[in-house]
Structures are given as C-alpha cells and as structure tokens.
Design a protein around this ligand. Structure first.
Ligand code: NAP
Length: 467
C-alpha cells in the first residue's frame, strides 16, 4: 500500500463494526488549487446557462437520487452508521430539495422591481463565482444538497470539502452531478483535511464560504473569510430546548421527544437535546419516557427493527461518554444508560439524565449523541430561562394544546426556528438556520438562494432627477 494512502485521514470506517471500508488519497495543494481554478473557469460559462437548462440538470440529479435511494442509503449507513431507513429518507429529502430549487430558482431570482418616484429601478441577482462549501458527516447527502441545490441553480460553481469520514458519499455525489449532465468544473469534490481548508479561503477565485459543523471550525473559516472581506454563512451546533407545557398530551410529547432524540443516534444539530417539562406533569412525563427508553432496541442499523444506531465513530462515542461521566461527577442523575455497550461498534446506550443545574457543564453544552436531558420548571419564565441558557440558538419546540399560548412561548425562545408540537423539522420551503453561536445565514427556502448572489441595483433616471 503506498505511503500516501497509509497516512490518509480520508477513510470510511463502518461504525457498526469499526472495520475499514475504503480510504482515499488526500489531495496535494497544487491539485486542489487546480480544481479551484477549473471551477472559476467553469463559472464563466455556467453563469450564462439559462435557468431552464440548469433546472433540467438539477431535476435529473433528483431523479437519480430517487432511483438509487436504497443503494445510496446503504452507503451512508455503512459510512456513518445511521439507521438505513433514515438514510433512505435523507436521500428522498435531498431529491425534494433539488426539485424545489430547480422549480423555483428562476422565479426567486427574476428581476425585482423597486417602487420609485420617477424612472425605473430593479434588483438584478447575479451569481458570485466559486463557493467553498465545508460540510459535516451527520447527513452526508442532505448536507451537500442544502448547499449545492440553491447555489448551482443561482449560477455559482462550487468546491465541496466533505467530512473526512464520509468520502464515499462525497465521491458518489460528484459522480451523480456529472451523470446528470452538470458540466465539468461546476461541482467539485476535494479530499483534504479540515485543518487544510483555511488556506483555500484566501484563493482569489473563492468568492464566498459556507460551513456546517462545529463552532471552532466555523470560527476558523469565517475568520479567514472576514480577513479577506469575503462573505460567509455558518450553520453550527445546537442544543435545542423542547418545552412541554402543562396542557400537553403527555404520551404524544414523550414519544415525540424520545424518538426525536434517538434520530440519527442523537447526532442531529436540531435534536430535542433539553426537554423542559412543567412541574405539574413532570412525574407522569418521566414515567412515559422511562417506559419508552426500556423499549428501545440498539443494534444493526441495517435491521428494520433497530431504534438506536451506533454513533459515527469511536471518538464520537467516547466524547459523549466523557460528557455523561462529567455530568454525573458534577451531581446530575443518570436515570438510565450512560455506558458504551459490549458490542464491537461505536454504540452508546440511550441515556436519560435529570437533575441538571446551572453550575454543571451539561446545562450549557451540546451533547451529540443519544442523551436525553430532562428539566422541570415551575413557571413559564423559568422554562424560558432554561431554554435560553445556552450559547446556541438553532432550533426548539413548544408542545401544548393551546396553540396561541404555545406560539407566545415560542416568540420568547432565542433561536432561528421554533416548531409547535413537533421537533425542529426540515422541508425544502422552510428556512433553516440559527442565531447566537449557532451561526448566521439561512439554508433552504427562498432565503438560501439570496445568500451568495449580488443583488445589483439597476436604476434608470435622468440626470436632473438622480437624487
Ligand atoms: P466539525 O469537526 O466542525 O466538522 C465539520 C466539517 O468541518 C468537516 O468537513 C471537517 O473536516 C471540517 N473542519 C474541521 N475543522 C475545520 C477547520 N479548522 N477549518 C475548516 N474546516 C474544518 O464538526 P463535527 O463535530 O464533525 O460535526 C458536528 C457538529 O456540526 C455539531 O456541533 C453539530 O451540531 C453541527 N451541525 C450543525 C448543523 C446545522 O445545520 N446547524 C448540521 C449538522 C451538524 P474533517 O472531517 O476533515 O475534520
């Protein structure tokens, strides 16, 4: 085996059995620079391709994803461990997002007239150029899609650096774009380590950057972009609050939170990580949650009957265990779970923690695994205080029967998205993004397509009326 491969950090390791599936050679700087240059050259042509033609290609991407959803789902499950049914649903969601932008980009980006006292004024939306996109492993297809669908339809070209543990998903998406007819150079996968990304930001051909991932990675590339006066958007971590009001249907709320929290083995940025329950129903709610936990089946993610998949890697599993141990050492109650399982895979037991107080790290941190933290509140003010206590501000939920009241509570939560009677959800037409340390900018919905275009004013008037 050549040294370059032996040293590579770009590898698929199946978290169910921790066996190496495949590894890829890391690209040299010169190779990456050539890819960026090609993307810049491709931009000169792609920007002129009419929306209708771009839409044909992007719709083809969607149809390939649908045709191959099982095969692609298996690939994602083997690379990062999630349940196969979740992987397949992710591929379907990605197809829907591609269709959404193929269908709507021309209308979103048509000239937008402005009301003026005389003459004419309108905004013309023009693509920026090569976008550098850095994405995480937890939704290997959907994360690429969120970034690629609006930007390719807008006429930008892209260089995508995916997480080092999902290289096969990264490569297959590049192949699918080409198969769908996207011209060479418009979408480009690069195999490099995260720490090698910052250098690319200063390349003059890179016009803007977007990253989904952790706060340190976001700070690194947004800082580099800022120093070069380039625009960035960031989708970072979250510790979503889920407030259960005293009039909530307890059984439905318990099911929604437990299954929501176990989705993707808890490795979802918008997962109900902190469940905040009214004191009057807390005992009954906890009892339901414990019953549901007792019924959860951990196991093979390919098996339809499995509820809780392995985490994405040994490191991820061990990091979650360290956070649980720390919470326990600081005085929280581990009601159930809290350990690795005996299996050879990267499993963590579904874990239920209560008794978390403001002095504990768990009160503020994000735990990226199957860990359900339950809080009890006496007043709505107290619930809001707990909900807003973290630095994160991504999603959140309010569960209750009186919808108007739930919506008023939602207004007081400092996040980018709040869902009533549901965990934070995802749909092509709904904006996705956060505030505070969860980042800035929006993906999906019409909003996403305006992030990386120049909204250029074109004003027609006569010299005597220019002001
Ligand atoms: P991460 O370490 O930040 O990795 C995410 C991506 O950034 C990977 O491609 C990674 O490459 C790259 N990267 C790492 N360090 C970098 C650096 N210094 N400069 C540039 N790129 C760098 O994130 P993670 O811990 O694997 O992912 C989980 C986090 O992502 C959680 O906090 C989760 O909440 C968040 N997330 C947020 C959203 C959202 O929409 N807000 C969605 C999904 C996940 P390598 O793999 O090569 O290190």
């Amino acid at each position: 085996m050549p040294d370059t491969i032996k040293k590579s950090t770009i590898k698929s390791i199946n978290p169910f059995n921790n066996e190496l599936e495949k590894e890829f050679i890391e690209m040299e700087d010169a190779q990456v620079d050539a890819i960026i240059q090609n993307a810049d050259i491709a931009f000169q042509t792609w920007r002129k391709v009419p929306f209708a033609q771009r839409a044909i290609i992007i719709k083809k991407v969607a149809s390939i994803l649908r045709e191959r959803k099982t095969e692609l789902g298996i690939l994602a499950t083997k690379e990062m461990g999630k349940l196969l049914r979740e992987s397949i649903a992710e591929v379907e969601l990605s197809a829907n997002i591609f269709d959404y932008y193929a269908d709507n980009a021309a209308s979103f980006l048509s000239d937008s007239p402005l009301e003026v006292a005389h003459g004419e004024a309108f905004l013309s939306y023009e693509p920026l150029g090569v976008l550098l996109s850095v994405q995480p492993w937890n939704f290997p297809f959907y994360q690429i899609t969120r970034s690629a669908a609006p930007n390719l339809m807008a006429g930008n070209t892209m260089v995508l650096k995916h997480a080092s543990n999902v290289p096969q998903c990264a490569k297959v998406m590049e192949d699918i774009f080409l198969e769908a007819g996207l011209p060479q150079g418009v979408y480009n996968n690069i195999f490099i380590q995260g720490k090698a990304v910052e250098r690319l930001v200063s390349n003059p051909a890179i016009k803007a950057v977007t990253l989904t991932g952790s706060a340190p990675a976001g700070a690194s590339i947004a800082g580099a972009a800022g120093s070069k006066l380039k625009k960035s958007t960031l989708e970072l971590g979250g510790s979503d609050p889920f407030i259960v009001l005293d009039d909530a249907d307890i059984e439905t709320a318990a099911k929604t939170t437990v299954y929501g929290r176990m989705w993707n083995a808890g490795q979802v940025c918008v997962s109900p990580k902190r469940v905040i329950v009214a004191e009057t129903i807390a005992d009954a709610f906890l009892e339901k949650v414990e019953t549901l936990f007792a019924g959860l089946k951990i196991g093979d993610p390919m098996d339809e009957s499995t509820d809780v998949a392995p985490l994405s890697s040994e490191k991820a599993a061990n990091d979650v265990i360290s956070q649980i141990d720390k919470a326990s050492a600081q005085g929280a109650t581990i009601v159930t779970g809290g350990k690795r399982t005996q299996s050879s895979g990267s499993f963590v037991e579904p874990t239920l923690i209560t008794g978390i107080t403001p002095d504990m790290d768990a009160y503020k941190e994000e735990i990226f695994g199957p860990v359900f933290m339950m809080y009890v509140y006496k007043t709505i003010d107290e619930a809001i205080e707990i909900a807003n206590a973290t630095e994160f501000g991504l999603g959140g939920s309010v569960f209750g029967t009186d919808i108007k009241r739930a919506q008023e509570v939602a207004r007081r939560i400092d996040t980018g998205m709040v869902y009533i009677n549901h965990v934070t959800g995802i749909a092509p037409e709904l904006p996705f993004g956060g505030t505070k340390q969860s980042g800035y900018g929006r993906e999906q919905s019409p909003a996403a397509i305006y992030e990386f275009v120049n909204a250029k004013l074109i004003r027609t008037t006569s010299p005597d009326k220019a002001y």
